[in-house]
Design a protein around this ligand. Structure first.
Ligand code: CTP
Length: 404
């Protein structure tokens, strides 16, 4: 059975008005525009006059493929109702950067240029990405304005802390375009797992032999991180127990870093009681050295070193065997007989859902091919990138949990 997952994939079909107000961070709005269109959104850019002093409308026009509007009295809109026309049909207005002045005006409902008038006349959600000097951000007037905006339902993304254009350090930097894109995707994603607590393992484990050597595997952790991100986007509270990988933590996900299978097991068990869903994506080493040498092993004079191995706990099977176990999901990467092995593993570990893939298909191409195995049989997902596969998986989990 081919699953027909009616997914809202990233920002395809979304129409966003990107408002750019006059701050140094306006240059980052050009990258943000590229990220938004790259994720499938159509974007209409509206700038304040001050913003055009930092970046010209031509840049945004070239990147969005649409005329850019600045002036209330622009006669390119036939009935001169640009402030109404431009936001009708929009799924959201995102103002990035949002200056202190823009926030103040919006909090007060002032409308003295195209962007502020359009924001006042909107019938869609408003997201703002503040960007200003740290003292402007901390000023009681700005704090009051931001509190008012939040009370009015405006979504405030950031700001970030760090080095500022003025050379000072503190809170007030605009979030980076990639983080803003993730926030916008999070905002639109259907909240299939709202209110659920989700625990997840990802990456490889590293089993030490001596202080400098160990056994590990080639898991990049990317699939696990994509699942964590998709679960968060679906509204779950996500804790990610991660083996050693070089990946950024997905937004609003709690990451606990571990090295070995035993550490991973302990961190999972510490949290599993409060968990609704447990997804084991980690490539856990099956064995570890019985004794870790406190000193670096020296090449034995004549003869090979002898390392005794003992088995690691099967974290997934242990969680599934708990009384009141959470809804458990496993991953099976096989090199042959995918269906048989994945189903056998699902039954052996006593879990409702196993995600299977053939190892040779996971390498090389950007797209992944996975099959979901559950009580109803096998469900191949269309070949897709890891984030899309992750979203489809989350939707399938939500669907199975609904049926329970
Ligand atoms: N798993 C786990 N703890 C382990 C081994 C595996 O939690 N010690 C989980 C993995 O995260 C994955 C699933 O079990 O979700 C299947 O992992 P896999 O390595 O394919 O299964 P094994 O039981 O180790 O079987 P084999 O290595 O024989 O294929």
């Amino acid at each position: 059975m081919e699953l027909n997952v009616g997914l809202n994939l990233d920002l395809t079909g979304k129409h966003i008005v990107l408002g750019v107000s006059g701050g140094v961070a306006a240059y980052k709005a050009a990258t943000l525009l590229r990220r938004l269109t790259g994720a499938g959104a159509t974007v209409q850019v509206v700038m304040t006059a001050a913003a055009t002093r930092f970046v010209t409308p031509v840049t945004f026009q070239a990147l969005s493929g649409k005329p850019v509007f600045v002036d209330m009295w622009d006669d390119r809109i036939a009935d001169n109702m640009a402030h109404i026309e431009l936001s009708r049909g929009a799924d959201a207005i995102l103002v990035a950067p949002a200056t202190a002045d823009f926030l103040a005006k919006t909090a007060q409902g002032q409308a003295d240029d195209l962007l502020s008038t359009l924001v006042l006349a909107r019938d869609c959600p408003l997201l703002v990405a503040p960007a200003m000097n740290r003292q402007m951000w901390e000023n009681p007037a700005t704090c009051r304005n931001v509190a008012l905006l939040r009370r009015d339902g405006v979504i405030c993304l950031g700001p970030d802390a760090g080095m500022q254009a003025c050379g000072e350090e503190g809170c007030g930097r605009m979030l980076e375009p990639e983080a803003l894109l993730e926030s916008v995707i999070n905002f639109f994603a259907p909240k299939h797992l709202a209110g659920k607590k989700l625990l997840l393992t990802a990456g490889p484990t590293f089993e030490a032999i001596d202080p400098v050597r160990g056994i590990t595997n080639l898991s990049s952790g990317r699939m696990g991180y994509a699942v964590a991100r998709a679960a968060r986007q679906a509204g779950a509270e996500v804790t990610l127990i991660s083996g050693p990988v070089a990946l950024p933590v997905p937004q609003d996900v709690t990451r606990v870093s571990v090295q070995s299978a035993l550490e991973m097991y302990a961190e999972v068990m510490r949290r599993v009681k409060e968990t609704d869903i447990f997804i084991a994506v980690a490539a856990v080493a099956d064995y570890r050295a019985e004794c870790v040498s406190p000193q670096k092993l020296k090449k034995a004079a004549g003869g090979l070193p002898e390392i005794r191995f003992v088995e690691n706990p099967d974290i997934l099977a242990k969680v599934a065997a708990l009384p009141n176990a959470p809804f458990c999901v496993g991953f099976a990467a096989e090199s042959e007989n995918l269906e048989t092995y994945a189903q056998q593993k699902r039954e052996r570990k006593k879990i409702p859902l196993m995600v299977g893939n053939l190892i040779q298909e996971a390498f090389g191409g950007a797209d992944n091919r996975v099959i979901l195995f559950d009580d109803a049989g096998s469900h191949p997902l269309p070949a897709a990138g890891k984030s899309q596969i992750a979203r489809q998986l989350i939707e399938h989990i939500a669907h199975l949990m609904e049926k329970k």
